[in-house]
Write a protein that binds this ligand. Structure first.
Ligand code: SLL
Length: 217
């Protein structure tokens, strides 16, 4: 029988992401107020996994310039859409279903409205292209209760199931978190590390040459 007893030595990892998309307001909406952007902040499962079997509610704490800055979302999609004029830090508190016996987890997200870079081809960011800022993260449930373990198992959630490949479509509202993306990032880091090592070696050689010249004179 499943119970609230915790299973020793087991930990279950659930991948997810959080962040925001934003678009400049256009036309009448922009002219009628000092708001410049519409945006959505969200907590999502990878591959659109419905998280409500373990997440009970998500509380988003907006900047105090907003009416009712504490926004509680009790069912998926766990997201808040608003319009506004400025960027700020959003506190995101995830409350878990009672069956999990887990304490809430607090995350922070810097709401991003502006592109801080040109688009990947080097041209200026097109005005109608949404800006997004997403962070991949994992919730780790150490020693889950027997009951929660059972539920995770029923949802095929005992292994991370991060998709192997990036989706083909470049949809800015859906980040491409996958094993492939992780691999590409690791390769970039590895390349940068080798580049730095090479520069260090060159500088060492230059230094050695200078030292030798000093001895000679
Ligand atoms: C800034 N430190 O100055 C930040 C604060 C606050 C943004 C940004 C309110 C919208 C409304 C809004 O956009 N606040 O009036 O409802 O950039």
């Amino acid at each position: 029988m499943s119970s609230n007893k915790r299973i020793k030595g087991i930990s279950v990892t659930r991948p997810f992401y959080f962040g925001n998309i934003a678009m400049p307001l256009t036309g009448k909406k922009a002219a009628d107020s000092d708001h410049t952007h519409k945006w959505t902040v969200m907590v999502r499962g990878i591959n659109n996994e419905d998280l409500s079997y373990y997440i009970k509610k998500v509380v988003f704490k907006l900047h105090e310039t907003y009416a009712n800055p504490l926004r509680t979302v009790e069912q998926p999609p766990f997201e808040v859409s608003e319009t506004g004029w400025g960027e700020f830090e959003i506190m995101i508190k995830i409350h878990f279903q009672a069956v999990t016996s887990e304490k809430p987890v607090t995350l922070y997200h810097h709401l991003r409205l502006h592109p801080y870079e040109d688009d990947p081809s080097g041209k200026p960011w097109p005005a109608d292209r949404p800006v997004s800022s997403f962070i991949y993260d994992e919730l780790i449930f150490n020693e889950p209760t027997e009951q929660f373990y059972q539920i995770l198992s029923e949802h095929n959630a005992l292994t991370s199931n991060l998709p192997a490949k990036k989706p083909n479509k470049d949809n800015p509202t859906v980040p491409q978190f996958s094993v492939q993306l992780e691999q590409e990032e690791l390769e970039r880091l590895d390349h940068a590390q080798r580049e730095v090592n090479m520069q260090i070696m060159q500088l060492r050689q230059q230094m050695a040459a200078i030292e030798q010249d000093r001895y000679k004179s």
